[in-house]
Ligand binder design. Structure first.
Ligand code: GLA
Length: 391
């Protein structure tokens, strides 16, 4: 059985591809090109919107935007898969434009609202190329947003730019996501995981370059849509649980045993399990950081798997394709594996001895076929660079 792999490109190749696409679409050379990566979250899932801790890495897969300023106020955006839009700032509002274009148009709108568009902004031509697979739960939308935000406001503070992109996604694309993906894309560091405290906004960089181990990403290719309501339902349940408990779940997580007892006292079974996931996941992130700092990858792997079980059983955001990727990787010798991102499809990760990666992909494919599941695509990834200028 041959596995299909989704590959990253060098910055040089990406820059050349974006420049060529820009010339085809707009008939001139771009003024510059900017890249922003997708992400996988190592641990800390469905906690960012509850003020929790998460630990993503930037992927070697990026979205690149080639841009040139305009002077007539027009915004023209194009993507290599045929999507495009032309309009003005006044045309942008909640749900307008619709679909793919809401992300780039939303970024321009959100920069404007935050006062971060450079003085005299007169519109822009922007052409996007990407190696982040779309719909794979690897934050292709954050990569797109962050590449454009940085291209238009390169001197802005990166935390401010991340907030701008979150606002574009929440208010214009109408996806009620937290801020993890944009923080990872703009603020991660090569060779490190980004520890993000979503309550204070504080970040730190935790070394993540395990020797002899590989991080395998499995894009299940199962249908995955954050805007289809399930994500919003989970977020609403977490907020309802916090209201019933009279405290943000992050505060309860910080209170240790008292906080756990409070959550155990929730009468509603579904709310209790949702809240339990959140506070136990925040505890797992802290332990995972300790494990990484002491080089204890066996413990780190156990925490990844415990996170998956919590997401599957208590938070109920997994699916057969994700479970198969995780269980098969564990059978093939992973130290740990879990779904990553919002869930309901998308991708899983597995931390493997490098010499077991082939066995893992074969086991995932074989067991997936036995269960009649869509064939996934694979990548092995290292913690890579955040958003940057290419030329
Ligand atoms: C999506 C969202 C993030 C985060 C994850 C779940 O990726 O964009 O903000 O909530 O799901 O951890």
């Amino acid at each position: 059985m041959t596995a299909s792999w989704f590959r990253a490109e060098t910055d040089g190749a990406l820059s050349a591809a974006a420049g060529e696409f820009f010339r085809v679409e707009f008939g001139a050379d771009p003024a510059g090109a900017w890249a922003a990566p997708g992400r996988v979250n190592l641990i800390g899932e469905h906690v960012d919107y509850a003020g929790g801790l998460c630990l993503p890495i930037a992927l070697p897969h990026s979205t690149v935007v080639a841009v040139s300023p305009r002077t007539d106020g027009l915004i023209r955006v194009r993507s290599t898969d045929g999507a495009g839009w032309e309009g003005r700032l006044d045309d942008v509002g909640p749900g307008r434009p619709h679909g793919w274009a809401s992300y780039p148009a939303g970024v321009v709108w959100s920069l404007h609202e935050s006062g971060l568009l450079p003085d005299g902004f007169g519109g822009v031509d922007a052409a996007f190329v990407s190696t982040v697979p779309i719909g794979a739960g690897l934050s292709s939308s954050a990569a797109l947003e962050c590449s454009l935000a940085l291209a238009l406001a390169p001197d802005a503070d990166r935390a401010d730019l991340a907030a701008v992109c979150v606002r574009a996604e929440n208010d214009i694309a109408l996806a009620p996501t937290g801020g993890m993906d944009q923080a990872a894309s703009l603020r991660a560091s090569e060779g490190h995981a980004l520890l993000l405290d979503s309550d204070s906004g504080a970040i730190s960089h935790v070394p993540f370059a395990p020797e002899g181990l590989s991080l395998l990403v499995v894009d299940t290719r199962a249908p995955h849509r954050l805007v289809d309501g399930q994500y919003a339902k989970r977020r609403a349940a977490v907020e309802r649980a916090a209201r019933r408990l009279g405290a943000p779940l992050r505060d309860l997580a910080d209170r240790g045993r008292d906080g756990m007892d409070a959550v155990r006292g929730l009468r509603d079974d579904v709310l209790r399990r949702r809240a339990w996931h959140v506070i136990s996941e925040i505890a797992r992130v802290r332990l995972a950081v300790e494990a990484l700092e002491s080089g204890d990858f066996a413990e780190f792997g156990r925490l990844l798997y415990a996170s998956h079980m919590s997401l599957a059983r208590d938070f109920e955001v997994s699916c057969p394709e994700l479970d198969n990727a995780v269980e098969s990787a564990m059978i093939a010798g992973a130290l740990g594996a879990r779904m990553t991102g919002g869930g309901f499809g998308g991708s899983a990760i597995a931390l493997m001895p490098t010499d077991r990666v082939d066995e893992a992909t074969e086991t995932i494919l074989r067991r997936g076929r036995e269960r009649g599941l869509t064939e996934p695509a694979f990548a092995t990834v290292a913690a890579s660079s955040p958003a940057r200028r290419l030329h």
